[in-house]
Design a protein. Sequence first.
Lengths: 242, 218
Amino acid sequence: MSFWKYTNPNKFMAISGTLLPGFSILTVVLISIGLIWGFFFTPDDFRMGSTVKIIYLHVPSALIAINTWFVMLIGSLIWLVRRHHVSVLISKSAAPIGLIMTIVALVTGAIWGQPMWGTFWAWDPRLTSFLILFFFYLGYIALWQSVVNHDKIADLASLLCLVGSVFAILSRYAVNFWNQGLHQGASLSLDKAENVSNVFWFPLIISIAGFLCLFVTLLLIKTRTEIRLKQLSKVLTIKKLG
Amino acid sequence: MLTLLKRDLTLAFRTGSSLTLGIAFFLILLVIIPLSLEPSKKILITIAPGIFWVGVLLACLLSLDRIFQLDIEDGTLEVLSISPLPIEGTILAKTLAHWLTTCLPLILLVPIVSILYGITKEGAIWIIISLLSGSPALSMIGAFAASLTLGLKRGGLLLSLLVLPLYIPTLIFGTEVIRKSMMGLPVTTPLVFLIAITASSIAILPILTGVAIKINLR
């Protein structure tokens, strides 16, 4: 028995079906605890006032937005090497979630930036990289929408994901080189001194866990839909031929 | 490969439209932008590096879908893909033809147009160096993106959307070379990055483009 047995669509459907309710409940619980605790039971920051609370939406969504691309990259690689349909469908389903998370991160950042930096937008490296990430997601999704032939477009989209990953990393460094930053450093890192203080830290961790569960839930739902769509289209073609 | 290159160049020169379209676009852009700003030399010099690069980039974008489109419609590409010449060779020849007919004429225009922007001789030389070392990457990346949208009838918008984020590193390092040189700072770092992008795209992207074309012809 190996890990690859889960790439069988039927196995995947069975397992994801049992996992899905658990993850959905976990998502609701964690996000409500994280956000309610964060919004109503933490003190205002002495410099930023109550605007600090947008961190509970901004940081988790930004984290998910970046890491979704890695999920897509791994899914694409597995598809190109081993041609498991589930993996490429996961990549396909992950892209819209990543796009939405990128938009949430950009919008919450802009709302926070207006009172704090005095501007909705600045051409800061982090902000610019996120805008570029947004375009990568858009291109990837648009490519998926373009052609009817599934396997062909799966190959092409995976190829784009590989090349896109290299160029996304390259853009990150190029943008860093191009402009000095306005954005603060990492809110969460292993280096304790950089971190936000404990009062903000615990609800933030819970809210990140909640967003992670939200990502998994949405991904499972979307992938299950895609698998069903594929099975359905197969049934329809067989009916048409028969 | 040479024959193929010669064929593509002849086709481009005889048709003429794609060649002149890029040049006309570039000139119009470069003339219209000073007219839309206040005509002070200081502003023009600060925006010049960006404008030159954006001009070349957009002119390049304009002709990207032509790299493969005509050849796939009349079946030439299919014949080429089963010919003894490896598909990577075909792609390199076609990309080179695209660069020679789109980017090179624009680079040759730089010395003349830079007079309009009040750029010094050294400045113009740096613009040319930066464009010469960066624009082959534009053609190569463009060829890759064009190969992804090969099967589509109207892939123009999708092609632009795919190419846009891929062009960003080249654009940033390219303009950075010119900006640094104009401020009298050392240009080594961005120039090395720019050449590295060009060299590695020419080395790697033909293979991936070949894969994409094979997928599309399947």
